[in-house]
Every structure is written in structure tokens, then in C-alpha cells.
Write a new protein. Structure first.
Length: 365
């Protein structure tokens, strides 16, 4: 898999973590455009606050760190984050408004800005087209790198999309303890990029849940270097479809890597009055600890699903609804719930809840 035209990436160890890669950079010699989505948590990280502010500006680079959430440390936290991106901007010949930042890790610990700034020369010197260091530097409790690739157009003029993500726990829309960086060399109008990004996020990262816990740091960036023009409606439609595919691939990888999980669960809700009702139903089931525990134990207890639906305010007609399950002893499980209310549907992806999940999060610090 190759980087789309116009981008360079790097990943290094700067000392936030004891030994693993923990600092990354996405860079372009030319400015690129960005669209994004962020956590709905009312206590967002300083990185989210600043990136929201800068998202509409031309972008020169995206800085990312792992091992520190950059959230709810002393009051100086926001100023420290501004200092970090200001110094990086100086190195890159840009303004601080042209830098986006994303962070993941432990909440409440001060960002070690001096360590980060000290390593900027190395981070910039290491920029290149090799993706493996960047994909590793964003990981925390992840057990594998999450990367997806797609191409649009003919071999003569082919645009590409590559996506990187991290996430394994604290996963609940909107979105999850997850970071995702989707890079493309396609050139589409900014309003279309924002529209297709919203649609792709809604059908992927906002359709997964591992533990019902919403992070302070969730960030998705779709970054376009605009090197390959897509002008025909068919090309733009193909771009939208490929973007959705990349996002859904990454979202499913996050669920498959769920902390302590042994099973991947697809919940398809049909017969809803609206997509909103279908999604509410699916997420209520996915977030039920009783349901997830039953899945772990291969216990086909439909009562857990009925209770979860009722908790979401969804009344079932006892004579009409239908629930079916695949073999719960297998690793991949499909649950189908027909509400018999209407024609809308939605698919949600989740995992089981295991003793290992508790162990991982009891020790996480």
C-alpha cells in the first residue's frame, strides 16, 4: 500500500511512552484540505478543541501523539498545546492555524511538551512514504495495526485513499477512543468532501460500540492533497463509496481488536420506523452489558435483547417482532432483529464482554 500523492508521514519515539513509538506526523509540501469529526464528549481534549478551531483552514500538517490524552491536566494544558503546534508550524514554514493535532492515551496527565518539541527535528527528518512507523505510533492497547486502502479511476489517472486507525477500548459513538486518519490525493469540492465524510463516519465509526464508554479524544480526519481531479459525478460517487469502504474496514478492525474480546458481533436491525430508531435499537443492544456477557457465554438469551430495546423506549408487538441469532459458539456472530415497525434498517457492530476486558482496564494507568 502506497501513500496518496502529496503526502509524507513519519513516526518516532519521543519519550511519552517508555519505549514504543509515540509521536507521528502527516505532512504535505503543499497545503491540503481537511474534513473531520470529533467526540461528542462534553469534556474534550485540548487537541480536539484546537483541531476543531483549525479544521476549516488550509492544512500543512497533522501532529499525533499516543500515551497521553492531553486532556484535563492543569489549566496550562491548552497553552502547552498551542505552544507545541506553534513551534511545529515554525519548523514547517506555516502558521499555527495550519496545524491539526490528535492525541490518545491517559487522561489527566500533563502533556510532556518539551520532549515533543525536542524531537521535532527528528520527526521531520524521518518524513517519507514508508507507512509502518506512522501506523505504529498511534497505537495504545491495540494489538495490530489498522490500515485500509482503496483506489478510484483508471490506471492512467487513479486516485487513492489510505486510512489508518487506532482503537480497542472505550468505544462508543460518537465516536470511540479512536483516532482515524484517511488520506487521499483526490480533488473534490470542499462541501462535497465534508458531506461524504459525515456520511462515511455515520455508517462506520458511529455504528460501533465495544463498552458504551465515550472518549474525550475521538477524532477522524479526512485529508485531501487534491492532486487527482475528480470532476465527473460518477467519479465523485465512486470516491464516496470507496471512502465509506475504507472507514467501515477500519471501524470493523477496531471492533475485532476490542480489549479482551473473543467475538465479533453484527447486529442488523430491520423493520424500523426510521434509521434513527433502527440505530437507537442496535446501539442499545450493543451497549447492554447483560447482552454482551450472554454472547461471551454463548447463551442465546433473547430476553437480554428485548430488555435492551425496551430501555431504548422501543415497544415491541409480541405477535410480530422477530429475533434470530447465528451460532453463538463461533467467533463471528450475526444477530437479526426485525421490529416490524416500518422499512428502515441499520447495522451496528460490537463485541462480547469478557473477564479479560475488566483486567485490562483495571490495570490501565
Amino acid at each position: 500500500m502506497k501513500l496518496p500523492k502529496g503526502f509524507l508521514v513519519s513516526g518516532i519515539h519521543c519519550g511519552i511512552k517508555r519505549k514504543n513509538l509515540d509521536l507521528g506526523l502527516i505532512y504535505s509540501r503543499d497545503y491540503f484540505q481537511a474534513a473531520g469529526a470529533f467526540t461528542a464528549n462534553a469534556n474534550p481534549s485540548y487537541s480536539v478543541v484546537l483541531s476543531k478551531k483549525n479544521l476549516s483552514k488550509p492544512v500543512k500538517a497533522v501532529l499525533v501523539n499516543s500515551g497521553n490524552a492531553n486532556c484535563y491536566s492543569p489549566v496550562q494544558g491548552l497553552k502547552d498545546t498551542e505552544k507545541v503546534i506553534s513551534v511545529l508550524a515554525g519548523y514547517l514554514g506555516a502558521k499555527k492555524e495550519n496545524i491539526l493535532i490528535a492525541s490518545t492515551g491517559i487522561i489527566g496527565k500533563k502533556l510532556p511538551k518539551d520532549k515533543i518539541i525536542k524531537h521535532f527535528p527528528q520527526l521531520i527528518e524521518n518524513l517519507g512514504t514508508d507507512i509502518k512507523y506512522f501506523s505504529r505510533c498511534i497505537m495504545t492497547t491495540d494489538t495490530f495495526e489498522k490500515i485500509s486502502y482503496a483506489a478510484i479511476g483508471s490506471s492512467r489517472q487513479k486516485a487513492s485513499i489510505i486510512g489508518f486507525a487506532k482503537g480497542a477500548g472505550m468505544i462508543c459513538p460518537n465516536m470511540a477512543t479512536m483516532l482515524a486518519f484517511i488520506l487521499t490525493d483526490a480533488s473534490v469540492p470542499g462541501d462535497i468532501l465534508r458531506k461524504v465524510t459525515r456520511e462515511a463516519v455515520e455508517e462506520s465509526f458511529n455504528a460501533i460500540s465495544i463498552d458504551g464508554c465515550m472518549s474525550t479524544n475521538d477524532t477522524v480526519f479526512v485529508l485531501a492533497s487534491k492532486k487527482i481531479p475528480l470532476t465527473k459525478s460518477g467519479q465523485i460517487k465512486a470516491f464516496s463509496q470507496k471512502l465509506k469502504k475504507v472507514c467501515l474496514d477500519l471501524a470493523k478492525m477496531i471492533v475485532r481488536d476490542a480489549e479482551g474480546a473473543t467475538k465479533f458481533v453484527e447486529i442488523k436491525v430491520t423493520g424500523a420506523k426510521s434509521v434513527q430508531e433502527a440505530k437507537r435499537a442496535g446501539l442499545s443492544i450493543a451497549n447492554s452489558s447483560l447482552f454482551k456477557s450472554a454472547i461471551y457465554g454463548a447463551n442465546a438469551n433473547r430476553g437480554r435483547i428485548i430488555a435492551a430495546l425496551g430501555q431504548a423506549g422501543i415497544k415491541l408487538d409480541e405477535a410480530k417482532y422477530n429475533i434470530s441469532m447465528s451460532d453463538l459458539k463461533k467467533k463471528d456472530i450475526k444477530i437479526k432483529v426485525d421490529l416490524k415497525h416500518g422499512k428502515a434498517s441499520q447495522t451496528i457492530y460490537t463485541s462480547d464482554l469478557t473477564p479479560e476486558y475488566i483486567k485490562i482496564n483495571a490495570d490501565y494507568s
